[in-house]
Design a protein around this ligand. Structure first.
Ligand code: FMN
Length: 370
């Protein structure tokens, strides 16, 4: 069965996870060259969008040929969220995902991010406002399992999202307290699939290789997968996923020569958006992901993390052996975020005031991450 998110057919049923600071238009373009699916933008804050923040407006730019155009929004206020959605729809966006899983302490401490669904009346009203403002454009909801194991609310939140007209619900199968530690708890995805019957359920967490996606679908019954850290430094994972879902052999992993060609291309795509200097700075984090598992030495890694130009990258890569094989264990080495667990900071009496529909103040700082 093909995955349908509202009117959008997502085939194969693969979604690039929104990742702040990563899933900008150049990275999405790179991923799209390998596979197909739905590629979600970096998270943008509803209030910043409504206020016309320049950096935020730059984050919702799309390549002319990018379809569907998918944006992740973060917000805590139904009115502001509705207005942000209206603007995005007017701009021609095809899909809006809402982030209710951000575990950053500065956000949860103020009742935003993964803390927000605890206030279920407010959560419901934010989803409702977004869905109403979106009209025919599908709105999806991305959740974690809850604040911690004593406050698991993803089944209730998923059902509420379904009732309010969300087109799909995605679960990162960890609590906020877990952050990125341990294994994602896929049985929770199966439980959500049981609870939410009329819209697709997307599973998220620890898909490192294409087989993991098939296994998650088989084990949980979910309708599609959301892939985050597995594609950091490995955008060809989307090609592997397309092959696996088509039942054809997964292509062999690239040697270092091919990885280096991908790096050069990625940096140049970034430069089209950010200029050479900005691109080089942005690309530094990617270099460590591309080099994950390759025995290139600490000195090269360090220098790669300090590049300021195309020439820097070229000079460093020219010194490496392009025939080096991709280390088999490298695919499963965690990258991006790895930390946790950590107790979740909440506002005073947050749990005791779960029925309060008032948007929390100060929880819409420009935040990054989920
Ligand atoms: C660098 C980075 C940035 C992230 N930013 C966001 C974000 O802005 N919004 C969001 O919903 N999740 C964000 N996430 C979480 C991912 O979307 C995803 O839920 C999580 O990484 C688990 O999936 P994975 O195991 O496939 O990585 C981020 C993750 C990483 C590694």
């Amino acid at each position: 069965m093909a995955l349908k998110i509202g009117p959008i057919e997502v085939d194969p049923p693969v979604v690039l996870a929104p990742m702040a600071g990563v899933t900008n238009a150049p990275f999405r373009r790179l991923c799209r060259t390998y596979g197909a699916g739905l590629y979600v933008s970096e998270m943008v804050t509803a209030r910043a969008l409504v206020e016309g923040n320049e950096r935020t407006l730059r984050m919702v730019r799309f390549d002319d040929d990018e379809r569907p155009r998918s944006v992740q929004l973060y917000g805590v206020n139904p009115v502001v969220m509705g207005e942000a959605v209206r603007r995005l729809v007017d701009e021609g966006v095809d899909h809006i995902d809402m982030n209710f899983g951000c575990p950053a302490a500065k956000v949860t401490r103020r009742g935003g991010g993964a803390a927000l669904p605890v206030h279920h009346v407010l959560f419901r009203s934010i989803v409702r406002a977004a869905v109403q403002a979106a009209g025919a454009i599908p709105v999806t909801v991305k959740l974690r399992m809850g604040v911690d194991d004593t406050r698991l609310n993803f089944l209730d939140s998923g059902r509420m999202a379904e009732e309010e007209g969300a087109a799909a619900v995605a679960l990162h199968a960890r609590t906020a307290e877990q952050l990125y530690s341990g294994e994602a708890r896929w049985p929770a995805i199966a439980a959500l699939k049981d609870a939410v019957r009329t819209i697709p359920v997307l599973g998220n967490g620890d898909i490192w290789e294409a087989d993991d996606a098939l296994r998650m679908m088989a084990e949980t019954g979910c309708d599609g997968v959301v892939v985050g850290r597995g594609c950091l430094g490995r955008p060809w994972l989307f090609g592997d996923l397309a092959a696996a879902f088509a039942g054809t052999p997964v292509p062999p992993a690239p040697d270092l020569g091919k990885v280096m060609a991908t790096m050069r291309l990625h940096l140049r795509l970034l430069a089209d958006l950010l200029g050479e200097d900005g691109a080089a700075r942005d690309f530094r984090k990617h270099t460590s992901w591309y080099m994950t598992g390759f025995p290139v030495g600490g000195d090269v890694r360090r220098q790669l993390s300090q590049i300021t130009s195309f020439a820097d990258l070229d000079r460093l890569l020219d010194g490496l052996d392009p025939t080096m094989a991709f280390p088999p264990e490298a695919s499963r080495i965690k990258r991006g975020h790895t930390r946790g667990p950590r107790a979740v900071a909440l506002p005073d009496r947050w749990l005791e005031t779960a029925d309060d529909p008032t948007p929390p103040a100060g929880a819409e700082l420009l935040v990054s991450g989920g």
